[in-house]
Design a protein around this ligand. Structure first.
Ligand SMILES: Cc1cc2nc3c(=O)[nH]c(=O)nc-3n(C[C@H](O)[C@H](O)[C@H](O)COP(=O)(O)OP(=O)(O)OC[C@H]3O[C@@H](n4cnc5c(N)ncnc54)[C@H](O)[C@@H]3O)c2cc1C
Length: 458
């Protein structure tokens, strides 16, 4: 049957668009986070060149009763891009054109297969900034960023992906191509349909193009890496930075000691002589004049005892070495393993306490456990990896204890990575029965046959 479907696709789309090569299928059987033992081989891999090719693939899948899982760069951390059972994997890697950059209108129009870095660089070459940024920038694709409503390092200033998408084009489950390439900030003409697709993890439509919002490129960037003595100092530092740096404040990334130790070891970069209780990466951007204000904030923080030691980057390469520490999170999967990892949000003022309680609870239950914590705390978002060598690895038990605590602190089980497969059974912790029912109704209305990435989210 599989061969028949692949043959029908080859006949309709052309042989260079369809592959059933086992090594190719294996490369499209899992995302960044998924354990190889949970990989799911797709029936075939389709690599379309146009939205019409995508529409034809969707129609073929419907006709043959198979599903379709759209994939971007496969850097997702929730299993959303792992092929559903009996599914064709659809990669948009060939649809990666930058169609238009409009510096005056402050927009960039792209195909959904463009990588995030490609979009950032293209904007930069026109003196503009596309502010979404995250460690997987070289590999993740705009379709995946929209499909997961990605967050990242600059949400504090520029918002999530949802805030950066002005318009898009998507292929529906019946093969209809819906073009909604709006280019303005204001458009209240009826329902704003793009929001249905943003964060829907490939379950409501396949995004093929997008119009994204740009900002003028800041003239200068200011970065500091500092050590802080306690969480009270973190909160006070955040208020100081918000008050004094205002809208130039871009990033406030916090690292707890175990994560910092891991990252500095991985990158061979250990700037502090004395260990700190928290490590903060602070970034502001604006004009060269802002350097004085940035320096003054750091001085004030040191005088006030909020920062015990710190460095202001003197060059872009020094700033990059600070950021390397934060970006080393991508290696937790290979070098801090086995772990159960979490992307949660909690009110910023309570994060310090939450982590303390959590660490205690985990170590009481699994004495060898190590807990690495880091995150975009100004957004209330922390990432947590819990490693233990217990066998079999107690993934479910760790998840239950973390999510129970998240519930007690009124947090969310997914701040930015989405639900995918990994967090499906916990979705009810963060969404009301009414919300879940409405999600089901939307799915049933837009995809009654369950063709698009079935089994994901709920
Ligand atoms: C080192 C590292 C750092 C990361 N940091 C962050 C971070 O700071 N913030 C953050 O939010 N995430 C982060 N992530 C997670 C991940 O990079 C993002 O979720 C990213 O947006 C996924 O993009 P992708 O192209 O790899 O998508 P994939 O993994 O391929 O797919 C993710 C989901 O989107 C759907 N999808 C893909 N393309 C489309 C499309 N064209 N139309 C509709 N749906 C689509 C898929 O079906 C799937 O459900 C990080 C990951 C790594 C490895």
């Amino acid at each position: 049957v599989t061969r028949q479907i692949a043959a029908a696709m080859e006949a309709a789309l052309g042989p260079d668009m369809v592959s059933i090569e086992p090594t190719v299928l294996a490369a499209h059987s899992l995302d960044w986070q998924t354990d190889p033992q949970d990989a799911v081989l797709p029936i075939a891999l389709v690599r379309p060149r146009t939205a019409d090719d995508v529409a034809a693939t969707v129609r073929l899948c419907r006709e043959h009763g198979c599903a379709i899982t759209v994939q971007g760069g496969l850097t997702g951390l929730a299993g959303g891009a792992v092929p559903s059972s009996n599914a064709v994997a659809l990669s948009l890697d060939r649809m990666n054109a930058i169609e238009d950059v409009d510096p005056v209108g402050a927009t960039i129009s792209v195909q959904a297969g463009a990588t995030l870095q490609q979009v950032q660089e293209s904007a930069k070459s026109h003196g503009m900034l596309f502010p979404l940024d995250l460690g997987a920038r070289g590999t993740c694709r705009i379709g995946g960023n929209i499909g997961t409503n990605a967050g990242g390092n600059h949400v504090l200033r520029y918002g999530m992906m949802r805030d950066l998408v002005l318009g898009l084009e998507a292929v529906l489950a019946d093969g209809t191509v819906v073009t909604a390439m709006n280019r303005t900030l204001k458009n209240n003409a009826g329902y704003d349909l793009k929001h249905l697709f943003i964060g829907s993890e490939g379950t409501l439509g396949i995004i093929t193009r997008a119009v994204l919002r740009l900002y003028d490129l800041p003239q200068a960037e200011h970065n500091a890496l500092c050590a802080l003595p306690n969480y009270d100092a973190v909160g006070r530092m955040l208020r100081l930075a918000r008050r004094e740096l205002g809208t130039t404040l871009n990033a406030f990334e916090l690292m707890w000691p175990r994560y910092y130790e891991f990252a500095s070891h991985m990158r061979g970069f250990q700037p502090f002589r004395e260990p700190g209780s928290y490590y903060l990466l602070l970034e502001a951007s604006g004009s060269a004049r802002d350097a004085e204000t940035f320096q003054a904030v750091m001085e004030q923080a040191i005088e006030g005892g909020l920062v015990t030691d710190g460095f202001i980057a003197q060059s872009l390469s020094e700033a990059a070495s600070f950021w390397q520490l934060r970006d080393a999170s991508g290696e937790l999967r290979s070098h801090f393993w086995p772990n159960a990892n979490f992307d949660i949000s909690i009110n910023t003022s309570q994060i310090g306490r939450f982590v303390e309680v959590l660490e205690k609870k985990i170590v009481e239950r699994w004495p060898d456990a190590e807990v690495a914590v880091f995150g975009h705390v100004a957004d209330g978002n922390v990432h947590i990896a819990v490693k233990t060598l217990q066998e079999p690895f107690p993934a479910t038990e760790i998840e239950q204890s973390v999510y129970a605590l998240v519930g007690k602190f009124n947090g969310s089980i997914s701040a930015e990575h989405g639900i995918g497969l990994a967090k499906k059974i916990y979705l009810h912790h963060s969404r009301s029965p009414g919300e879940l029912e409405m999600m089901r109704r939307l799915k049933a209305a837009l995809d009654p046959a369950g063709v698009l990435n079935p089994g994901k989210v709920f």
